[in-house]
Design a protein around this ligand. Sequence first.
Ligand SMILES: C[S@@+](CC[C@H](N)C(=O)[O-])C[C@H]1O[C@@H](n2cnc3c(N)ncnc32)[C@H](O)[C@@H]1O
Length: 249
Amino acid sequence: MQITLYQIVQVVLLGIILFYLVYYVYTVLFDKNYQPKDYKHSVKTGKIPLALRTAEKKYPDKVRFFNFWFQVERLKKENVQGAFAELGVYRGDSAYLLHLMDNKRTFHLFDTFEGFKTKDLKQESGKAATYTTSNFADTSIQKVKKRLSDPEFVFHQGYFPETTKGLENEQYALVSMDADLYNPTKAGLEYFYPRLSPGGVIIVHDYNHEWPGIVKAVDDFAASIREPIVPVPDVDSSVMIFKARKNIG
Ligand SMILES: C[S@@+](CC[C@H](N)C(=O)[O-])C[C@H]1O[C@@H](n2cnc3c(N)ncnc32)[C@H](O)[C@@H]1O
């Protein structure tokens, strides 16, 4: 029997596909080497709920996941008071994670739940310049409410920062900002930072060259506060903005 080049190529391709399939299944099921020691220990001692362990396995950006987890754990340890909030919720993926990490806090969710507004898109450059009002419009508040159904979640549907009316006296321990654009990022920092508890943290996603609007909003704001901003080496380069603790020592 004569083996053709075509058959050899087929066998090699099949071998490569099989190798990656086995490697993928092994990584998902058994390889936990990327997990930080304290997280592994918390899993072993039963402190991580099953839903969070499952979510961690599926979450594509492990550094972002563990940064959230370490910050939430720090807030508990330091007894930092206040609610959680997210500006830019979309379908609720990151809010879901953060709530699994601490389900006792009120969690304010700010989004149009219909995508971006034209008035925010107009002056954008970089990746955001390719956005239209259709991006992130494939969600709805009803769908997100089904997913984030615990009583701690408080929905604020509409254009941010108009949706902060009535929340002038709220206090925040952790805020996730993921609105992709200059206007809401600037408005978010101006609204949340003065209401951040001492020791609290704002985590802004997408602080990188592809999102010049976010970089500008963060850099302008950072120049007005005493605390340094702290980069996170996650896939999209988040940045953390802390509020200094009061009179230690
Ligand atoms: C990148 S998505 C958020 C992704 C989300 N954090 C997740 O975990 O999948 C950006 C969201 O910001 C929202 N957004 C942007 N500008 C806004 C504004 N001015 N007011 C309210 N929501 C806004 C959009 O509707 C969109 O859902």
